[in-house]
Design a protein around this ligand. Structure first.
Ligand code: PHE
Length: 340
């Protein structure tokens, strides 16, 4: 019997050593220590051992049993540790995984258009200036030579925060700020939000965007104004696009003009987008800076002349991207935005 026990333990030790996983170990536990296991059946067969031998053999079997138990326990621990290590190896974080899960967005068309315009003017040697969205009545109207009874001053047109402070109804207030700083010559553009008490429809929004342009120097002429506008329109919309200058009135420029461009959809032939006129809706107001405005800002109007224009950025974006409703720019509908 002694020999039997020794071979059994030897086999068991080898098999446990070789086991690769918890299932195999469990099978071995059943094989040796289970109810019908080999050690168990040896223990049962003790009755056939002589009385003298029995206690000795019993003790030995119990010892061996504990030994196998211990081996199983140790091996279980080893396998569990290997499992953890394996897991750590397999679960290293791949920082490049799922890289297509979030696609990159882009600027809203308004901001995109403002950046394009700014870059264009920057390349022509203009400075980019920013001005506040809340400004004084003095900067928005008085110093711009606006008569006290001008309709744009009305509550129905301009949002007043108090008697002397408004949400700027145009970016022309930035002209005044820059001229008052007094660093001549001036070549600047300034884009940003503007506000008017307008009902929302397909071409109007109470909050919209403008870009102002101002040049003040000696010998600045209307020809310079037309040339600058033509260059920027062709750069923005394409060489084939023509401009049309119509006489207009603004308190702060003399003479004053409004500028249209050929409809970029039909290229001037006439279509439903331009009401068959061949011309897009008016894009900008322009003119030679009124001498009163120069003087209001402390600039000698005998020595200096200037031109200015202000354009609707939203309208530029609408013409450029062929939109028939300004609200598309503000709805934030992904289905629309993703097309660009
Ligand atoms: N401020 C004018 C407007 O909002 C546009 C303009 C700017 C006209 C500069 C002339 C010169 O309509």
């Amino acid at each position: 019997m002694q020999e039997k026990v020794n071979t059994l333990v030897k086999n068991a030790t080898e098999k446990i050593e070789k086991a690769n996983n918890l299932n195999e170990l469990n099978d071995l536990r059943v094989k040796y220590l289970g109810k019908k296991g080999e050690i168990t059946s040896l223990l049962k067969s003790l009755s056939s051992v002589s009385k003298e031998e029995r206690p000795k053999m019993g003790k030995l079997l119990n010892e061996k049993r504990n030994e196998i138990e211990k081996l199983l326990k140790q091996k279980t621990q080893v396998i569990n540790e290997q499992k953890v290590e394996q897991k750590i190896k397999e679960e290293t974080i791949d920082v490049t995984a799922n890289r297509n899960k979030y696609t990159q967005g882009h600027l809203n068309l308004i901001n995109e258009t403002m950046r394009q315009l700014e870059e264009l003017f920057l390349n022509m040697g203009f400075d980019i200036v920013s001005g506040p969205e809340i400004d004084t009545v003095e900067n928005c109207f008085d110093d711009l030579n606006s008569p006290k009874n001008h309709p744009s001053r009305d509550l129905t047109d301009t949002f007043y925060l108090d008697k002397n402070v408004v949400l700027r109804p145009h970016t022309s207030s930035v002209q005044i700020r820059v001229m008052k700083e007094g660093n001549l010559p001036i070549r600047m553009v300034s884009a940003g939000r503007t506000f008017r008490n307008d009902e929302v429809d397909d071409t109007h929004s109470p909050m919209f965007h403008q870009m102002e342009c101002l040049v003040v120097d000696e010998n600045v002429s209307l020809a310079n104004l037309k040339d600058t506008i033509n260059i920027f329109i062709k750069n923005m919309f394409g060489e084939e696009i023509k401009t049309r200058f119509r006489p207009h009135y603004f308190p702060f420029t003399e003479p004053s003009l409004e500028v249209d461009v050929t409809c970029p959809i039909c290229k001037g032939k006439g279509c439903s987008a331009c009401n068959n006129t061949g011309w897009s809706m008016e894009l900008l107001g322009a003119g030679m800076v009124h001498p009163n405005v120069l003087e209001n800002c402390g600039i000698d109007s005998e020595k200096y002349t200037g031109f200015a224009f202000g354009m609707g950025v939203d309208r530029i974006a609408m013409v450029k991207y062929g939109l028939d409703d300004i609200r598309l720019l503000y709805d934030n509908d992904k289905r629309f935005l993703e097309q660009f």
